[in-house]
Design a protein around this ligand. Structure first.
Ligand SMILES: [Fe+2]
Length: 238
């Protein structure tokens, strides 16, 4: 067994004024260590039987009147791995995203792009014994957001990864290979290490495409150590 110390340069500093929201969110006092309690470590937990058959199919899981979501159909797949490359089975993954036009189904959304009546924008799945997961969706569009005068987010999918207890949750974002907007995004640019950003970019996988149906993108999530994914709720390096 090897111990991999956390590389604190991997995560952005908490205070990154070019990402405006971080100014109010960043701690202004010294951090306190808060030991977890028994209830946080033991429950509540989710049940595997709570997942529905369409939960990992965003093209259909919100559809109305038999329609399907509009957009470029894609499969996103990969594995959840620990720092030594071992698979992590039984992990609940949740994902959420804008529709193909870049619009979220949210009451505070301010972008003019249209909602898709057949697209909800969220789903979930559980990793199998190989740590593998997959889901089907449409490629999200880029969208503007109120940060600078005219800032846009690159196409992305948000991920939440649950461990075996409710308090063990990590959150990150996945981007798409070849998207020039990744490198001008104020949120992405808070990540100091270019290779950390590159680990958030899913690779187009021509071998996994489905002819006349879907493109495929591969996105592995690594939970700790030198190859760790950059998790946005772990910026203080807990
Ligand atoms: Fe987003």
């Amino acid at each position: 067994m090897s111990y991999f110390p956390r590389d604190r340069a991997w995560h952005p500093p908490a205070l990154t004024p070019s990402y405006k929201t971080s100014v109010l969110r960043a701690p202004q006092q010294a951090l306190l260590s808060m030991p977890t309690t028994a209830s946080e470590e033991t429950g509540p937990v989710f049940g595997h039987d709570l997942l529905g058959p369409d939960d990992n199919d965003l093209i259909r899981n919100f559809r109305r009147a038999g329609g399907e979501a509009i957009g470029q159909r894609i499969v996103v797949y990969g594995r959840v791995l620990d720092e030594t490359g071992r698979p992590v089975p039984g992990t609940l993954l949740e994902f959420w995203q804008a529709n193909a036009g870049g619009r979220y189904r949210h009451k505070n959304e301010g972008y003019r792009a249209a909602l898709d009546p057949n697209f909800g924008g969220c789903g979930r799945t559980i990793t199998d014994e190989r740590g593998a997961y997959h889901f089907r969706t449409v490629k999200p569009g880029a969208y503007p957001w109120p940060n600078g005068v005219n800032d846009w987010r690159p196409a992305h999918i948000h991920f939440s990864v649950f461990g075996h207890a409710f308090a063990q949750r990590l959150v990150t974002q996945m981007y798409f290979e070849g998207d020039p907007m990744i490198w001008q995004c104020p949120i992405v640019r808070t990540i100091p290490d270019r290779s950390a950003v590159e680990q958030l970019v899913a690779a187009l996988d021509r071998q996994a495409t489905i002819p006349m149906d879907s493109l495929a993108y591969k996105f592995d999530i690594v939970l700790r150590g030198r190859r760790s994914t950059m998790f946005e709720n772990r910026m203080e390096g807990n």
